[in-house]
Design a protein around this ligand. Structure first.
Ligand code: ATP
Ligand code: MG
Length: 284
């Protein structure tokens, strides 16, 4: 008799995960923590709210000091600032974004150095080496400028983000990005995200790009979500090879502010000890 059945599933269940409540079934959806996650959805489909649900799921980790959140919010940091107690650092302009990504890139180099010195292959998130999560709502704002100076900055940011997406996995650096338009030309870094979530999309072709063909074959159909149903979501579970449909909870920003009122995230000077400090939005 097998004394330990379902080992593969058990191993998957042991991996750190984000638990997002499904309003329809009352159960939690497990989204792997540590793998880059791309959230796609048309305007009004509920991307920003889903990111707030993800932040809610991360509060206990920030409190415990094993997760460190950074925000790239190119609308002057207004949305991220509303929940600033969660964030170690907020970049609200393209210049601040480049500076922040450079620091993360240097952190990856120093963590790789630490791995080499200790003959290890990957950083296990802990208070000593917190999982760094870069949250980017409206990631397409890193593209498409017309001003030559801003184009230059955007290219730097895209290049750094590409390196971070490539090298982050082993060094406990994760990116969660949300986009309205999943087409390849619009978001060239799409392929670097192993985990995909889609809210409402315009058509099947967009859904294939936002998730992947396998997810669609397994039944994911984000183009069938009606316009008036924000928060209805498809997630492709790469462990179970299953497309899962769920409804994310509505998160009130006031509730999230209340929940995080006494939160003290890891200080930027601790996370990036060697870097000149980015002024906090409030101090600028
Ligand atoms: N899970 C949900 N349950 C109930 N209402 C929701 C849910 N998700 C989003 N909404 C509501 O739907 C509206 C649009 O949501 P949200 O701003 O998150 O969309 P979005 O995809 O970020 O849009 P945009 O691309 O324009 O920024 C908001 O009024 C929000 O409160
Ligand atoms: Mg939004």
């Amino acid at each position: 008799m097998r004394i330990l059945p379902n080992r593969k599933k058990r191993r998957a269940d042991m991996r750190p995960a984000l638990l997002i409540p499904d309003v329809i079934t009352g159960t939690d959806i497990r989204i792997p923590l540590g793998l880059h996650l791309l959230v796609s959805g048309t305007t009004g489909s509920g991307k920003t709210n889903l990111l707030l649900a993800i932040l809610t799921a991360l509060i206990c980790h920030v409190e415990a000091g094993d997760v460190c959140l950074l925000a790239i919010d190119l609308k002057d940091g207004v949305s991220a600032n509303a929940v600033k107690n969660l964030y170690t650092s907020i970049a609200g302009t393209i210049e601040e974004t480049v500076a922040l990504l450079q620091k993360v890139r240097r952190l990856i180099t120093s963590r790789n150095q630490w791995l080499k010195e200790n003959f290890l292959l990957e950083v296990k998130p802990s208070q000593k080496h917190p999982l760094v999560i870069i949250m980017i709502d409206e990631a397409l704002q890193l593209y498409g400028a017309t001003d030559p100076d801003i184009i230059k900055q955007q290219r730097k940011a895209q290049d750094l983000l590409d390196q971070i997406l490539l090298m982050g996995r082993n060094t406990a650096v994760m990116v969660i990005a949300a986009i309205q338009d999943p087409r390849k030309e619009a978001f060239k870094l799409r392929e670097r995200f192993p985990e995909r979530i889609a809210l409402r999309l315009n058509d099947k072709a967009e859904a294939v790009m936002a998730m992947n063909q396998v997810a669609i074959t397994q039944g994911a159909a984000p183009w069938l979500i009606p316009t008036g149903s924000p928060g209805l979501t498809w997630f492709y579970d790469t462990d179970e090879h299953m497309a899962i449909r769920f409804q994310s909870p509505y998160i009130s920003i006031h509730d999230l502010q209340a929940e995080t009122a006494n939160l003290h995230p890891i200080d930027a000077s601790r996370l990036f000890p060697d870097a000149p400090q980015l002024p906090h939005k409030e101090e600028q």
